[in-house]
Ligand binder design. Structure first.
Ligand code: TRP
Length: 342
């Protein structure tokens, strides 16, 4: 045994279709930084969690796995790095066991109170049982590769802001398990929440989301991006370019803030806009250019990624997660009193 601290990063996305700019600014940027550290990274293709809302659409789940892998690589996640693993959730068998074990120590009332679940429930009037319990299941994603709870070890979870309640709850489950069974199996995770939690959609109404039809996809062509930006919602009370415009809450400026490197340039546009000295159209044209500059390297990387043996990449990453999780979950099983007494 060596005494090197164990540092791991785990995070994931549901495989329910192609990814958009909201995924990029909310989560993927953090992931890209995480892979550059000396931590071993596990990026989870959450196909089981995708079923919590899309069980009737197996074709979507199946096709989305490759789509998400390509989007990740395009965005700059590099699976050829030694410390990077792409993990297919449904293929880590021990994970399902751990999920069921956590269900036994999680309380119904706690899950009912989860603010993200409550929020998501408003759009889902007849949720599946899997949907209701997904924060518990997600704890199994996290702790299946947990280092033991000792000083120096680390389990970092970079995610978008909407995931914060789930991570807090998963910490509670880890602590509860450890104290109920008097063990150090699980290291309560550390959340890393992105600066820009949510990106509003081009409709300016809700967070960017494929199902709302207000998304700019990472795989959109430059013409598509420009077309979407040009019809983007801005200040509804501004009729002419000479009217003073509102900057706060204006999606166009939220996008400038999120994507423009040159903050002075953006400050200047805001000033002109507030004074009624610049129209929406030239600003939108500039914004489309800025966003296309972010997406252009992704388009190039995607072409390269299409030549990679993606199936093998996912198999190798999944095998690594399985190897660790079998050991962790076996310890959990024994501490709970399961298995024939030895
Ligand atoms: N619930 C996350 C989302 O919708 C995806 C996810 C699944 C995840 N398992 C995870 C995130 C484990 C972090 C850790 O974005």
């Amino acid at each position: 045994m060596n005494n090197q601290p164990v540092r791991r990063v785990l995070t994931g996305m549901r495989t329910t279709g192609s990814l958009h700019l909201g995924h990029y600014v909310g989560a993927l940027k953090l992931w890209i930084d995480a892979q550059k550290t000396d931590s071993e990274c596990f990026f989870l293709l959450a196909d089981v969690q995708a079923l919590t809302t899309h069980a009737e659409n197996s074709a979507l789940i199946r096709n989305s796995v490759t789509e998400v892998v390509l989007d990740w690589i395009a965005a700059g996640i590099d699976p050829t790095r030694k410390n990077v693993n792409f993990v297919l959730q449904s293929d880590v068998k021990a994970r399902a066991d751990l999920s069921l074990y956590f269900m036994m120590i999680a309380k119904f009332g706690e899950v009912e109170r989860n603010p993200t679940v409550k929020d998501e429930m408003r759009g889902n009037r007849n949720p599946s049982m899997g949907f209701l319990t997904y924060p518990v299941d997600q704890a199994a994603d996290i702790y299946m590769i947990s280092p033991v709870n000792s000083v120096g070890n680390r389990l970092l979870i970079p995610v978008g802001a909407d995931q914060a309640p789930h991570l807090e709850y998963s910490r509670e489950l880890a602590r509860r398990f450890n104290s109920m069974y008097n063990t150090d199996i699980f290291l309560p995770c550390t959340a890393e929440i992105g600066e820009i939690g949510r990106l509003v959609g081009i409709d300016g109404q809700e967070k960017m989301s494929k199902s709302k039809g207000n998304a700019i996809d990472l795989s959109d062509s430059s013409e598509e991006v420009t077309r979407k930006i040009m019809k983007m919602y801005t200040d509804p009370n501004r009729k002419r370019a000479t009217d003073p415009g509102k900057v706060e809450g204006n999606p166009m400026f939220m996008y400038f803030d999120a994507f423009a490197d040159d903050k002075e340039e953006v400050a200047e546009y805001k000033k002109l806009y507030q004074k009624g000295k610049v129209g929406d159209v030239p600003l939108k044209q500039r914004l489309a250019k800025i966003i296309n500059n972010v997406l252009e390297p992704m388009r190039e990387r995607r072409l390269e990624a299409e030549k990679l043996p993606l199936g093998d990449i996912v198999r190798v990453g999944t095998a690594r997660a399985s190897e660790i999780s079998e050991e962790v979950v076996e310890k959990a099983r024994v501490s709970m009193g399961l298995g024939y007494p030895r």
